[in-house]
Ligand binder design. Structure first.
Ligand code: 5GP
Ligand code: MG
Length: 190
């Protein structure tokens, strides 16, 4: 290989963003997802409906579904977006689904996926709404759990990683719409 080509390879290698403290590397995430999918496959029937909450869980859901396939599951996917009424600084805790509720949930086993379980409001509320829409059973799976932040009592059935009260980004999770593309999960400084 010529020196010119080698130089090009060095330039395109991705380095971690220096502002972000890496909490879980891409390899750690991949091996934890394999374990999660193995456990989920034991708990769930072979055909399920996966309901990921956008936007934060899109990358987690995509990788987890590939792992579920590896462990023998067949998935239908229905994305939903849940948002709060009011502005960000005075969260009233009132939520709304800003996309249509998935159709044909009646009688289905749903795997409800979110990026982060924080106060518990989002998953508690979404869980109840999907049950009201006719899901036979809802199993919840989150990538990250911050139990110290809980306000509404809610525990996920499956958790990727339990973390302290840090603001995290990467692997689909943003800060002001940035950092979603990072292949690792990191914490913002402070
Ligand atoms: P909660 O459990 O409080 O209803 O909300 C969970 C949602 O809050 C997550 O889906 C996520 O959108 C947001 N959230 C909680 N903690 C963090 C964090 O550390 N970083 C980011 N980007 N979002 C967070
Ligand atoms: Mg979210």
């Amino acid at each position: 290989m010529s020196a010119k080509k080698a130089h090009f390879i060095v330039q395109t290698a991705s380095a971690p963003d220096p502002e972000i403290e890496v909490l879980f590397s891409a390899d750690q995430i991949a091996s934890r997802l394999d374990e999660l999918a193995e456990s989920l496959a034991k708990r769930l029937p072979s055909e399920i409906v996966v309901v990921p909450l956008l936007k934060g869980s899109f990358m987690f859901a995509a990788d987890l579904m590939r792992m579920l396939h590896k462990h023998g599951l067949t998935c239908r996917v229905e994305f939903i977006t849940v948002s709060s009424y009011g502005n960000d600084t005075t969260s009233s805790g009132e939520l709304k689904i800003s996309s249509d509720l998935p159709e044909d949930l009646v009688g289905n086993i749903v795997l409800l996926i979110d990026d982060i379980l924080d106060t518990g409001r989002t998953l508690h509320w979404t869980h109840d709404n999907l049950l009201a829409a006719g899901a036979a059973e809802i199993v919840t799976c989150v990538l990250l759990d911050k139990p110290s932040r809980r306000i509404v009592p809610f525990e996920a059935d499956f958790v990727g990683f339990t973390i302290p009260d840090r603001f995290v980004v990467g692997y689909g999770i943003d800060y002001a719409q940035r950092y979603r593309e990072l292949p690792y999960i990191g914490a913002m400084p402070g």
